[in-house]
Write a protein that binds this ligand. Structure first.
Ligand SMILES: NCc1[nH]cc(CCC(=O)O)c1CC(=O)O
Length: 338
C-alpha cells in the first residue's frame, strides 16, 4: 500500500513585536500573502521584546544589537512561528546561521521627517530658532543635525511613535520638535503630523533599510521562500540589499552614524542604475565622509557588491577614523563599572 502523501502546510503563523506599528506592518504582509495564497491561513503572534520593555537606557548604549529580533528568532527556531515581520532598519546585518531575509515588499517613504510641537508655527528645520530642543535618540540623526543645524540642541526621546508624539506635545515638554521616520507615521495614519520631509537637500539622510519591511524565515524553508518571491519587489529588494551590505562592510552595526539615500535613475541608454548617496558623520558633526555613486545593479549579488563599493569609497573619504573614534568611545563607556 502506498503511504499517504505528506500533508501540505496551509496554516502559517507570523511573529512580530507588539507595537501598533509592528502589528500594522504585519497586517500588510499577511494581506499580501493571503491574496497570493487564497487557500492558506495566516495567523499573527505578537510578543513584547527586550527592546520594547527597556525604555530607560538610550538605545545607542545597548551592547546587544539584537534587542528587537533575538527572542522572535528563538520562537521561529522552536517552530512556534513560521516567519517574522520586522522594520528592516531594526534587523541586524548579520542573522543567525539558520535564518535569512526574504525578498522585500514595496518600500514606504524612506525619508526622515520633522514633526513640530502642536501649536508652534515653524514649517521647517531651517525656521527653528537657535537653542530649541530637538528630540531624537538616534546617533545618525544627532550627528547630521549637529553638522547642518549646530544652533539646535538635541535631547533623547524614547518610546514608540505614539509615546514620542505625546512627549512632544505635552504642555511642559522641553521639545520644540522631534525627528521620526515618515514610514512609521504614514503607516499609522499620522501623516498629518509631518511638518517637513527631510532629505539630502537639507543634509538629512535616512537609516539603512528605513521604510522597508524585513521578512525573516528559516533558510531551509523553500515553501515560504517561494511564497515571499511572489510578494517581493525587486527595486526595493536590491536597494535594501545594497544598503545593508554597505552597513555590514563598515561594521558599525546599528550604532553607526551612517545615512543613506538610494534612488533608481534612468540612464541615456534606457537602463536603470542605483544611485546611492551615503554619509558618515562624527557625533559632534565636525567630521564627515560623503559620497554619491551610481551602480549597475541587476541581481542580489551585484546589489551586495555595490554596497561594498560604496563602503570602500566612504573609507577613502575618511569614514574609517570617524567610526574608529565612535568604537573607542563605546568601549570606554562599557568598561566603566556599573
Ligand atoms: N528605531 C525605531 C523604528 N523602527 C522603525 C521605525 C519606523 C518605520 C521604518 O523606519 O521603517 C522606527 C521609528 C522611527 O525611527 O521613527
Amino acid at each position: 500500500m502506498a503511504s499517504p502523501a505528506p500533508a501540505v502546510k496551509t496554516s502559517f503563523t507570523i511573529g512580530t513585536r507588539k507595537s501598533k506599528l509592528a502589528l500594522e506592518q504585519t497586517q500588510l504582509v499577511s494581506e499580501a500573502l493571503q491574496k497570493t495564497n487564497p487557500g492558506c491561513e495566516f495567523k499573527i503572534f505578537s510578543k513584547e521584546t527586550a527592546g520594547d520593555l527597556n525604555t530607560k537606557i538610550a538605545l545607542r548604549d545597548f551592547t546587544s544589537k539584537n534587542l528587537w529580533t533575538e527572542e522572535l528568532e528563538e520562537l521561529m527556531m522552536d517552530g512556534q512561528v513560521d516567519l517574522i515581520v520586522h522594520s528592516l532598519k531594526d534587523v541586524p546585518t548579520v542573522l543567525p546561521d539558520s535564518c535569512t531575509l526574504g525578498p522585500m515588499m514595496p518600500r514606504e517613504d524612506s525619508r526622515d521627517v520633522l514633526v513640530v510641537k502642536q501649536g508652534l508655527p515653524y514649517k521647517s528645520l531651517a525656521e527653528i530658532p537657535a537653542g530649541s530642543i530637538v528630540g531624537t535618540s538616534s546617533i545618525r540623526r544627532t550627528a547630521q543635525l549637529a553638522r547642518k543645524y549646530p544652533h539646535l540642541k538635541i535631547l533623547d526621546v524614547r518610546g514608540n511613535i505614539g509615546t514620542r508624539l505625546a512627549k512632544l506635545d505635552a504642555e511642559d515638554s522641553p521639545y520644540t520638535c522631534i525627528i521620526l521616520a515618515a514610514a512609521g507615521l504614514l503607516r499609522l495614519d499620522l501623516g498629518d503630523r509631518i511638518t517637513q520631509y527631510l532629505d539630502s537637500s537639507c543634509g538629512m539622510l535616512y537609516a539603512v533599510g528605513q521604510g522597508a519591511l524585513g521578512i525573516e524565515i528559516q533558510k531551509d524553508n523553500v515553501v515560504l521562500q517561494e511564497m515571499l518571491n511572489k510578494i517581493g519587489h525587486q527595486e526595493t529588494t536590491f536597494a535594501c540589499l545594497a544598503e545593508r551590505n554597505l552597513l555590514r562592510t563598515l561594521e558599525g552595526g546599528c550604532s553607526a552614524p551612517l545615512g543613506v539615500e538610494t534612488e533608481w535613475v534612468q540612464t541615456a541608454e534606457g537602463a536603470k542604475k542605483l544611485r546611492m548617496r551615503s554619509v558618515v558623520v562624527s557625533v559632534d558633526g565636525q567630521q564627515c565622509a560623503e559620497v554619491e555613486i551610481d551602480g549597475d545593479v541587476d541581481s542580489a549579488q551585484s546589489a551586495e557588491a555595490f554596497g561594498v563599493t560604496v563602503a570602500r569609497a566612504l573609507i577613502e573619504h575618511g569614514a574609517g577614523s570617524i567610526l574608529e573614534e565612535i568604537q573607542r568611545q563605546k568601549a570606554a563607556k562599557e568598561s566603566v563599572p556599573k
